[in-house]
Design a protein around this ligand. Structure first.
Ligand SMILES: Cc1ncc(COP(=O)(O)O)c(C=O)c1O
Ligand SMILES: N[C@@H](CCCC[NH3+])C(=O)O
Length: 413
């Protein structure tokens, strides 16, 4: 479903006019559709239904408690990268037994916290981390369940900032040394080997690099088995892309249809860590046009959302669809949509043909993933409110930050 569609000339969030939500909650405003989240989660869950599996939502994509609660209630597991994300998952009612912990810089405190909570698996990204985890687990009289996150050195053909599976990227254990590291792990008293993990990058539009990576990892599993190390699961990572403009993104069903035959007969539990593919198109960022101005060379629409609210356009030159909430008839003008932040890079869209006037509302589509989570307080701007729509009802799931929120904890000399 598209949760955000037009009816009678205005954009709706599920069944509620976006104008009404903006009037009630102000702008900039993040809107999420509960039903769109569920539908996208279930697309992964049912695509993997033929095998024992766990869909671990990548919390970094959207860590709002109500988003996590929605997915936890649907049965999701979670991929976390910090102790903070673990706390969020637990507060949202997620179960620790469905959590995998990725990330290259886990601290001892985070390891202890995750062991105490009883997470399902640590995705270990280096030899140094493995030794540290062994030590921490032993000090607690525990064995830490692990998978090695291997770096298969495969080009995911995506933006260089969001590629993770190349040798030159910081992620994962060098593929050539993975086998010997598994042997070391097998002898560590504080470590219990569960599986293997890989994640090669984000916004992937082509499945073939994922298959190339999978084939390499399956070869490793075979070599390990020959050495007497049997794995129980394979975590194939996340990364499936979405449509922002005109991209043709692979469906979870197509992805699973390509993946599952390669895994047949191995008895491996399959884990995946999708973030963007579940959350991106379940969210909108709503903003108001504050001012229209002309530089003699360019037309600018100054909007009340800025790079601090949504950094993807300026950080990755990402194109995100920006649409009028109540479209006007008449001639369009090409605008650069810029925010109030004092940076030339503060833009959400460039050269967009729009018929708009001051005071109009615009909506940035695809903002449900890597939107609010990457927001900052730059220029002492409070972060936007987050509202979740469920059919005809809207819930404020995070209040807009006030200046008091921003100044809390700051002291004069
Ligand atoms: C280890 C890991 N898992 C999962 C994800 C989620 O990626 P995506 O949002 O592209 O599905 C990421 C981010 O790229 C990641 O680094
Ligand atoms: N933040 C990135 C994705 C990062 C993926 C995290 N490993 C984006 O907006 O596209």
């Amino acid at each position: 479903m598209d949760a955000f569609t037009y009816r009678d000339g205005q954009l709706l969030a599920e069944q509620i006019p976006v104008t009404e939500l903006a009037a009630r909650h102000g702008t900039p405003l993040y809107l999420y559709s509960r039903n769109a989240l569920l539908e996208r989660y279930r697309a992964f869950d049912s695509a993997l239904a033929p095998v024992d599996h766990l869909v671990c939502f990548a919390v970094k994509a959207n860590s709002n408690l109500a988003v996590l609660q929605t997915l936890a209630q649907a049965g999701a597991g979670f991929d976390i990268v910090s102790g903070g994300e673990l706390q969020r998952v637990l507060r949202a009612g997620g179960s620790a037994g469905k959590v995998v912990f990725s990330g290259v810089g886990k601290t001892e405190a985070e390891m202890r916290e995750a062991l105490d909570a009883g997470i399902y698996c640590f995705n270990v990204e280096s030899e140094s981390e493995l030794r540290r985890l062994d030590r921490v687990a032993q000090s607690l009289g525990r064995r830490a369940p692990i998978a090695l996150r291997v770096n298969p050195d495969v080009d995911p053909k995506t933006h260089p900032y969001i590629s993770t599976g190349l040798k030159k990227n910081k992620f994962g254990v060098d593929f050539a040394t993975a086998e010997s590291l598994y042997r070391e792990a097998a002898a560590m008293p504080g470590i219990e080997i569960l599986g293997v993990a890989s994640h090669i990058g984000s916004q992937l539009l082509d499945i073939s690099p994922l298959l190339e990576s999978l084939d390499k990892v399956l070869g490793l599993i075979d070599r390990l088995q020959a050495a007497g190390i049997r794995l129980r699961h394979i975590d194939v990572g996340g990364g499936l892309g979405v449509r922002y403009k005109d991209e043709v993104a692979p469906l979870p069903s197509d992805w699973a249809a390509a993946l599952l035959p390669r895994l047949a007969g191995r008895g491996l539990r399959v884990l995946t860590e999708p973030g963007r593919a579940i959350a991106a198109n379940a969210g909108l960022l709503v903003t108001r046009v504050e001012a229209i101005k002309d530089s003699g060379e360019k037309h600018f629409a100054v909007i009340d959302a800025a790079m601090n609210d949504l950094i993807r356009p300026t950080l990755y030159q990402a194109w995100m669809d920006i649409v009028p909430v109540t479209p006007r008839d008449g001639a369009t003008t090409e605008y650069d949509l810029v925010g109030p932040v004092c940076e030339t890079g503060d833009w959400l869209g460039k050269d967009r043909a729009l018929a708009i006037e001051e005071g109009d509302l615009l909506a940035v589509r695809g903002a449900g993933a890597y939107g609010f989570v990457m927001a900052s307080n730059y220029n002492t701007r409070g972060r936007a409110a987050e509202v979740m729509v469920d059919g005809g009802r809207a819930h404020v799931v995070r209040a807009r930050e006030t200046i008091d929120d921003l100044l809390r904890g700051e002291n004069l000399l």
